[in-house]
Design a binder for this molecule. Structure first.
Ligand code: ADP
Ligand code: MG
Length: 364
């Protein structure tokens, strides 16, 4: 899967811009605060229908403007167009000029994996951030998951509303709980399989990239571990927890409380890994995602690397360049071309980004 062109209007500090991408590597070079991350954010928008940086997407509209537009032409088996319009009422997502009703129809039409310096916070952040990571990545390759998740959350909301009532309708509560458990079992199954698969590639890439041998593992903790009698076990937990839920007036257990823990040689990453190792774990995680996505959808996603090279030493930069697949389309941002120059051939595209505008640089 490749992005051919990106057109923007009034997105962040970019008034109007149209850019075409190299089928292998495109480099965005420029000083700080010029718009490099904004460009990557726009590509990411086309993949997930949202920003990787902010929840309130209104801030992506260029100051003083009414609306913003992101449009991409994607090369699949046949080329297609994706479009996001941000406006005061929210956002509209289009596929081939057709307005889509649900974002699940948009997510994953184009697949991109992004490394952003902010991802380094994954280890110390709240469980919510790690669930968001899992939900976004799994959602991109599995629309059924997106659907399951939204059904579970809706039932959870219904259950919590009932728990707050003065008079509890016990039959209703039981029905909602059982239906919700049914969906949760599928969520647990999909999350478990996804993390298991991710672990295999994560270790491979970490060792390749960090030039060391450590055992990196992600552990997924759900309300009950996945097993064939998961549903029975979960029902049992809900039954035992009911009194407390009634007292607290909210649902205390379930997949909305799930978490991931990252460990290095069985010790939590947050306790043992250096900044450099954390960076390599996150980069390895993104490379692992490339594998998992390709395996699932049969096409290589687009890789977006935001400012990853400046913090790596020369040996690890080289290891990362060697690991990048030749036929994975990659967009790299950097403040200093020197960090990447050594590994680039003449046959890449380089753009200089300055104050929201870009100019192609003809030679390295
Ligand atoms: N809605 C907006 N309207 C106008 N400018 C914006 C908006 N959002 C961000 N910016 C500007 O974009 C610039 C940051 O761009 P960014 O892509 O993060 O920089 P970098 O090149 O360092 O990655 C800043 O100058 C910021 O003020
Ligand atoms: Mg940036």
């Amino acid at each position: 899967m490749k992005i051919r062109t990106l057109s923007l209007r009034d997105f962040r500090n970019i008034a109007s811009l149209s850019v075409s991408f190299h089928e292998s590597i495109t480099v965005l070079v420029g000083d700080n605060a010029q718009g490099k991350t904004n460009l990557l954010e726009a590509i990411y928008f086309l993949s997930t229908g949202r920003s990787h940086r902010v929840n309130d997407e209104q801030v992506c509209i260029r100051l003083g403007q009414e609306s913003a537009l992101i449009k991409g032409v994607i090369e699949g088996s046949a080329p297609f167009e994706l479009k996001v319009v941000l406006h005061p009422q929210g956002k509209s997502l289009f596929y081939q000029q057709t307005l889509l009703k649900r974002s699940s129809e948009f997510i994953g039409k184009m697949n991109a994996v992004l490394f952003s310096p902010g991802d380094m916070e994954l280890f110390d952040a709240s469980p919510k951030a790690r669930r968001r990571f899992m939900d976004t990545e799994l959602g991109k390759i599995n629309p059924v998951y997106v659907d399951l998740l939204s059904k579970t959350m809706k039932l959870l909301k219904d259950r919590n509303t009932m728990l707050k009532e003065k008079v509890i309708d016990e039959t209703y509560l039981e029905v909602v709980t059982q239906r919700m458990i049914g969906y949760q079992v599928d969520v647990i199954r999909l999350r478990t399989a996804f993390i298991d698969r991710l672990n295999v590639s994560l270790n491979k890439y970490f060792n390749l990239l960090s030039l060391s041998q450590e055992n990196i593992e992600i552990k997924y903790t759900g309300p009950v571990p996945w097993s064939v009698d998961c549903e029975v076990q979960l029902s049992d937990r809900y039954a035992k927890h009911l009194e407390r839920d009634l007292f607290m007036k909210t649902t205390g257990i379930g997949i909305h409380r799930d978490d991931l823990s990252f460990s290095m040689n069985d010790i939590p990453v947050s306790e043992i890994a250096s900044q450099g190792q954390r960076r390599m774990i996150v980069i390895a995680l993104k490379c692992a995602l490339l594998d998992v996505i390709e395996e699932t959808i049969g096409e290589k996603p687009i890789l977006l690397l935001d400012d990853v090279f400046s913090e790596l030493d020369s040996a690890r930069r080289k290891a990362l360049f060697n690991t990048l697949h030749q036929n994975t389309q990659t967009v790299i941002s950097t403040t200093d071309l020197e960090h990447v120059k050594e590994w680039l051939s003449e046959a890449v595209t380089i753009y200089e980004v300055s104050a929201g505008k870009i100019i192609e640089r003809k030679q390295l």
